[in-house]
Design a protein around this ligand. Structure first.
Ligand code: LP5
Ligand code: MN
Length: 265
């Protein structure tokens, strides 16, 4: 039996793209070394840098689907949740991965503990410009109109939105791009959980928080934030004994280093 038995893994925010082959290699290494034989793998959003529709059959999407399908066929349950970059990822792609698409939030039972899962962007309520933008992006009619556009046009629009988002973020205070504490408490109390796992903020860590009302006799709760994979591969491993959030070095650089510019003659 694999030494990954009795483990459940959580990852998010890989932001896979054609120009980050090192991150794909890192994912394949994690799947092989840590996920094979595990009970389940949860990918909590932003697996891809931008997803413009399941009909976009890129090499990177193929490689991910093939690897996840083989993990799932070997007996590890694979789950996908939408992020703010890949909320258009649909049932077709999930089926190609042998994965189940989860709603945000979802409550699971993990070795006897009730755990809430979310991408995390919906908790950043002080970022009012993003909240307005998010509402529009999640409108089914708006999404269908976008999916009806030619693939090339969708890629161009996604690139424009990414650019505008980067520009907007460079002017935002860092703290408004973090989760709102009161929203976290509200969500955890409404779902009656004392553990929340989310990504999105790229601020990996484990935070102890106090709920207003006790759950199972205790007001202590834990918020676990997964990390983005731009520098390291962050994996949260859960087992009956407890949990650990660890960063691992990528086996090769995330993106190939650009050749140095030739000196002027
Ligand atoms: O992603 P990140 O971490 O950089 O920033 C997010 C928020 N930004 C986003 C946008 C994504 O980066 C890009 C999504 C591409 C999806 C591809 C498919 C698109 C299809 C759409 C059709 C239905 O989520 C950012 C948050 C930040 O997290 C922290 O939480 O602040 O939010 C913004 O930047 C929103 C801006 O504040 C306001 C909106 C600017 C964009 C306007 C777009 C106009 C459309 C132009 C199209 C021609
Ligand atoms: Mn995100």
């Amino acid at each position: 039996m694999s030494n990954n038995a009795n483990k459940t893994l959580f990852i998010s925010d890989l932001h896979l793209d054609t120009d980050t082959p090192g991150i794909l290699q890192s994912l394949l290494a994690v799947l092989h070394d840590r996920a094979e034989g595990a009970d389940a793998l949860y990918i909590l959003g932003d697996l891809f840098e931008a997803w413009v529709g399941d009909d976009d059959q890129s090499d990177i999407a193929d490689a991910v689907a093939t690897a996840l399908m083989s993990l799932s066929q070997a007996g590890t349950a694979v789950y996908l949740m939408h992020g703010n970059r890949d909320f258009l990822l649909g049932e077709d792609f999930a089926a190609r991965c042998g994965a189940t698409l989860l709603a945000d939030p979802t409550v699971i039972e993990c070795y006897g503990r009730r755990v809430a899962l979310s991408h995390g962007d919906s908790l950043c309520t002080r970022d009012t410009a993003y909240m307005t933008f998010r509402k529009q992006m999640r409108d089914p009619a708006w999404q269908q109109a976008f999916l009806d556009r030619p693939l090339l046009e969708r890629h161009m629009v996604a690139q424009q939105i990414r650019q505008k988002s980067q520009d907007a973020n460079s002017h935002k205070a860092s703290d408004i791009m973090d989760v709102t504490h009161q929203e976290v408490i509200k969500l955890m109390e409404s779902l009656q959980v004392d553990i929340l796992i989310h990504g999105h903020t790229h601020r990996p860590g484990i935070h102890t928080i106090r709920l207003h009302d006790a759950i199972n006799g205790s007001d202590e709760a834990v918020r676990i934030v997964l990390g983005s994979w731009d520098q390291k591969a962050w994996v949260l491993e859960f087992s009956p004994e407890g949990y650990a959030l660890t960063p691992m070095a990528h086996p090769q650089p995330a993106a190939p280093t650009k050749p140095a510019k030739a000196a002027k003659a």
